[in-house]
Design a protein around this ligand. Sequence first.
Ligand SMILES: Nc1ncnc2c1ncn2[C@@H]1O[C@H](COP(=O)(O)OP(=O)(O)OP(=O)(O)O)[C@@H](O)[C@H]1O
Ligand SMILES: [Mg+2]
Length: 252
Amino acid sequence: MLIIENLTKIYDNGFMALDNISLEIPDGQFVAIIGLSGSGKSTLLRCINRLVQPTKGRIIWNGIDITAATDDELRQIRRRIGMVFQQFNLVRRSSVLTNVLAGRLGYINPVFSLLNYYPPQEKQRAMAALERVGISEKAYNRASALSGGQQQRVGIARTLMQNPEMMLADEPVASLDPATSHSVMKYLELLNREDGITILCSLHFLSLARAYSQRVIALKDGKLEFDGLPKDIDNDRFKQIYGEDAVEVEIH
Ligand SMILES: Nc1ncnc2c1ncn2[C@@H]1O[C@H](COP(=O)(O)OP(=O)(O)OP(=O)(O)O)[C@@H](O)[C@H]1O
Ligand SMILES: [Mg+2]
């Protein structure tokens, strides 16, 4: 269970990006976070693993107070939380396999990565992670030679090397076309279903949230505007979240 209590983030310039957010997210839930650009989606995700320091409030994960964690504790916590980014954040000139192996840093001796030597069992693990996202045949390609959707699947395989209990995905498909978006989202869905990984995923399109999430959280100007089932976002709700002029775009 992830418990977020009265979370507020005020950036150094005085801007309040999150305003008193409280949420309880049970283990194994697939949660979509939606809202206009600037509504606070990234700030919320980044507060959870403290890439951004919360100003007020508490974040408790399975009994551990993340907000009060020491640097050492934070390192342990971050091992169990995978991050997936919009821009994939791969080392483009390295092979797919090397990129996935980088997900094990923090677990294995850093000398291995300096020498670009990894024990066979680590390579097997990386290959298995690539198989999970249907891309093992690309293991020895350069990351830069892959399409955007394939690169994002490598990004997901890399986080699998941490054995994550939770994944924070910040607009993982925002750089991809609609068809490719589904090819990435379906793997997040698979990992949620088969491994029970809790997924918090910010998305631009409500249709994607409807297709993949069990619960939608909508932010507006840093406030919690909606928290409920995807099917309960009707036309009125949609306009409350996105504004009167917004039109819903379906993504097929
Ligand atoms: N380091 C910072 N310093 C000051 N203000 C910031 C900082 N980072 C973000 N903000 C502001 O906080 C608000 C929320 O930003 P955030 O990146 O969380 O929004 P978002 O919902 O992820 O937007 P997008 O959909 O564009 O990614 C924005 O108004 C942004 O300008
Ligand atoms: Mg963002």
